[in-house]
Design a protein around this ligand. Structure first.
Ligand code: TSX
Ligand code: MN
Length: 602
C-alpha cells in the first residue's frame, strides 16, 4: 500500500516503526465506513467480536477482553523526563533513555503476524484552532474501530498535516507477536502486566504504549494524548487540558450558560453531562462528557472544545433512570466491551434497569442473574469497568455547537467529590485562587473495597492520574491562567450530590434535580441572588435554591446547606499532609489559600 501522505516526519517514523515492530503489512486508515465495516467483519470472523442482534442493536458489536486486561494500569504508567522533578509526586518517573531501551526490546518484532494500522486522527474538529493532530500506529483492529468513534480519523487529517505539519506520534502494540501460521484463536491479545508499559515522553510529545488493548491504555488519543501530553503542552503554551465534562444550560429566557465540571470516578460525570433538568423551562445540552481543551479567546474569555467525538462510558449503572440520554446514544453503531451478551443477542449489565433472563458473562461463561460462586458471593455478569463506545452525535441532547471549532465560552467551573458526610450540597469560591484550592483539594470517600485506611482520597481537579508533569507546577499554571483572565475568568463552585443522613438515606435526589443547583450558580454569575458568607465560601440563602415540586423536609435542606465547622477542622491534618505531599513546588499562593481557609474556620 502506498502512503497517502508526503509528510516527511510521518513517512520516516512509519518506516522506523516498521523496521522495529516488523508487521506483516501496513495499512493506512482512511476513516471510511467501509473500512470500519471490513475491520469489524474480520474481527467477527476471527471470533474476537460478536455481532449483536441487528434489530435490537443495529450495527453494534461486543468484545470480551482478556480477564487480566480490563482497565487502565496506573502502576505501569510512566512519565519519562530528563529530570525526575519534572514528573512530580503523582507520577511514576523513569529515565527516557532507559525506558526506550527497555521498550525497544519489547517492540522488536512485536507485530509479527499482524497488520500495522496507521491512524491519522484529530482531537477536536479537523483543522480547528484548538485542535491537534495525532497519528496512532497500532496492531489492533479493535483500537482502529474505537478510534473511528472516539476521534476524527482519516485522510482529511493527513490533508491538514500537509508535507511539513507536526503531529503527536502515538505507538501502540498489544504485545503479542504471532508465530508462523498462528492466530489469536478468537482470544483478546495482550501481554502480562509486567510487560505492560503506558509511557509518555512529554519533552518530545511522544506516546509509547505496549501490552494492553484496553481503553485508556490503547486508545491513545484519550487519556495519553488529550490529558497527559496535552496538559503539559497546555502549560507550556498557556491553555488548559482538563478532565472535565462540558454542558450548556439554557434558561427559560433563552440565556446560555456553559459549565465545565471535574469529578473523580464514580461521581456520575457522564450522567451530569447529559442531565435532563426537572425545573420548568430550563434546558441542558451536552458538549462533552470527559475532556475539555480550553483557550483564552480574542474576547479574553475561556473557550472550551471537547477534543473527542464519542463517549467511552462505564456501562454498569447506566439506565433509563440514571442516564436516559446515554441509553439513547448507544442504541446503534456502538461497541460494547465486557458486558453480558443476552440469550437474545443483545447486551446487558448490572443496574441497567431492565430484566435479564440470562446469557454469557464478560468472561465467556453461561450466566444467570442471582448466580453465586463457591463462597456464596454474587457473580457479576458484566465487569464493573465494562464500557460502551458510542458516537457523540447520537446523543439526543448533544449541543448544536458541540463541534464549533472555536469552542463555547465557559462561565462556570464545578468541582466535586463523593462524600456521604460533612461536605455541603454546594458552595462558591470567593475568588479564582480559592477556586483553585477547591479543585486541588477535591476528594471522594475511599470505596469500601479499597484497602486504604484513610477516609478520603484527594484527586486534584480529577486529574491526579492524568497530569503529565509536576502537580505543583500544575497548580501554579492554574493560578497563572486566573491572572490572565482577570474578571473574565469562570466562577468556581464545589458540589456534593452524595450526602446521607444518619439513617443512611440520600439527602439530595441528584440526577435531573441537580439542575436546581446549576440554576443557583447561573443566578450567582448574573448577580441575581445574594449569598450567605460562610467559612468555606458563598452558599445559597434559604429560599434561593429552587425546590419547586420537590418534597424534601426542611431539616434535610438545612443539613445539606450546613457548614459543620468542627468537622472541617478535623480534616486540617489531612489537608496539611496532602499539601506537604506536593513538595517544594507547592505554590505560595496555595499556601496562602490553606492559611486563609484555616483562619476562616477559626
Ligand atoms: O450520577 C449520579 N448523579 C449525577 C447525575 C447527574 N449518581 C450516580 C453515581 C454513580 C455513578 C448519583 N447517585 C447522584 C447524582 O446526582 N446521586 C446519587 C445518590 C442517589 C441515588 C438514588 C437516589 C437519590 C440519590 N434516589 C432513589 O434511589 C430514588
Ligand atoms: Mn475520564
Amino acid at each position: 500500500m502506498t502512503a497517502p501522505t508526503k509528510n516527511k516526519k510521518l513517512l520516516a517514523w512509519v518506516d522506523e516503526v516498521v523496521a522495529m515492530c516488523k508487521p506483516d503489512s501496513v495499512y493506512w486508515c482512511d476513516g471510511s465506513k467501509a473500512e470500519y465495516d471490513t475491520l469489524m467483519q474480520g474481527m467477527v470472523d476471527s471470533g474476537l467480536a460478536i455481532k449483536l442482534d441487528e434489530k435490537k442493536r443495529p450495527n453494534s458489536f461486543h468484545f470480551r477482553s482478556d480477564p487480566s486486561d480490563v482497565a487502565r494500569v496506573e502502576n505501569r504508567t510512566y512519565i519519562a523526563s530528563v529530570k525526575q522533578e519534572d514528573a512530580g509526586p503523582t507520577n511514576i518517573w523513569t529515565d527516557p533513555v532507559e525506558l526506550k531501551k527497555t521498550m525497544r526490546a519489547l517492540y522488536d518484532g512485536c507485530m509479527k503476524g499482524r497488520t500495522m494500522y496507521v491512524i491519522p486522527f484529530s482531537m477536536g474538529p479537523v483543522g480547528g484552532p484548538i485542535s491537534k493532530v495525532g497519528i496512532e500506529l497500532t496492531d489492533s483492529a479493535y483500537v482502529v474501530c474505537n478510534m473511528h468513534i472516539m476521534t476524527r480519523v482519516g485522510t482529511k487529517v493527513l490533508d491538514v498535516l500537509g508535507e511539513n505539519g507536526d503531529y503527536i506520534p502515538c505507538l501502540h502494540s498489544v504485545g503479542k507477536p504471532l508465530a508462523e501460521g498462528e492466530d489469536d484463536g478468537g482470544l483478546w491479545p495482550c501481554a502480562p502486566l509486567e510487560k505492560k508499559y503506558i509511557s509518555h515522553f512529554p519533552e518530545e510529545n511522544l506516546i509509547w504504549s505496549y501490552g494492553s488493548g484496553y481503553g485508556g491504555n490503547a486508545l491513545l488519543g484519550k487519556k495519553c494524548l488529550a490529558l497527559r501530553i496535552a496538559s503539559n503542552m497546555a502549560r507550556n503554551e498557556g491553555w488548559m487540558a482538563e478532565h472535565m465534562l462540558i454542558l450548556r444550560l439554557t434558561s427559560p429566557e433563552g440565556k446560555q450558560y456553559h459549565i465545565a465540571a471535574a469529578f473523580p470516578s464514580a461521581c456520575g460525570k457522564t450522567n451530569l453531562a447529559m442531565l435532563q433538568p426537572t425545573i420548568e423551562g430550563w434546558k441542558c445540552e451536552c458538549v462533552g462528557d470527559d475532556i475539555a481543551w480550553m483557550k483564552i479567546g480574542p474576547d479574553g474569555r475561556l473557550r472550551a472544545i471537547n477534543p473527542e467525538s464519542g463517549f467511552f462510558g462505564v456501562a454498569p449503572g447506566t439506565s433509563a433512570a440514571s442516564n436516559p440520554m446515554a441509553l439513547e446514544s448507544i442504541r446503534e453503531n456502538s461497541i460494547f466491551t465486557n458486558c453480558v451478551v443476552t440469550d437474545d443477542n443483545d447486551i446487558w449489565w448490572e443496574d441497567m434497569g431492565i430484566e435479564c433472563k440470562g446469557g454469557i458473562d464478560w468472561k465467556g461463561n453461561p450466566w444467570k442473574p442471582g448466580m453465586v460462586d463457591a463462597d456464596g458471593n454474587k457473580i457479576k455478569g458484566a465487569h464493573p469497568n465494562a464500557r460502551f463506545t458510542a458516537p457523540a452525535a447520537q446523543c439526543p441532547v448533544i449541543c448544536p455547537d458541540w463541534e464549533a471549532p472555536e469552542g463555547v465560552p465557559i462561565d462556570i467551573f464545578v468541582f466535586g467529590g463523593r462524600r456521604t458526610k460533612m461536605m455541603p450540597l454546594v458552595h462558591q469560591a470567593y475568588s479564582w485562587d480559592q477556586g483553585v484550592f477547591m479543585g486541588a483539594t477535591a476528594a471522594s470517600e475511599a470505596t469500601a473495597a479499597a484497602l486504604d485506611v484513610k477516609g478520603i482520597r484527594r484527586d486534584p481537579m480529577a486529574m491526579k492520574p492524568f497530569i503529565g508533569y509536576h502537580v505543583g507546577d500544575y497548580f501554579a499554571h492554574w493560578f497563572k491562567m486566573g491572572d490572565k483572565m482577570g474578571d473574565k475568568a469562570p466562577k468556581a463552585f464545589y458540589v456534593n450530590w452524595f450526602r446521607k443522613n444518619d439513617e443512611g438515606k440520600w439527602l439530595w435526589p441528584g440526577f435531573g434535580d441537580n439542575a436546581r443547583v446549576l440554576k443557583w450558580m447561573c443566578e450567582r454569575v448574573d448577580g441575581k441572588v445574594e449569598a450567605v458568607e460562610t467559612p468555606i465560601g458563598y452558599m445559597p440563602k434559604p429560599g434561593d435554591l429552587d425546590l419547586t415540586g420537590l418534597d424534601i423536609p426542611a431539616e434535610d435542606i438545612a443539613e445539606l446547606l450546613k457548614v459543620d465547622v468542627a468537622a472541617f477542622k478535623a480534616e486540617f491534618e489531612d489537608l496539611d499532609s496532602y499539601m506537604a505531599s506536593v513538595g517544594d513546588k507547592l505554590p505560595e499562593r496555595m499556601k496562602a489559600q490553606v492559611a486563609a481557609y484555616k483562619q476562616r474556620l477559626g
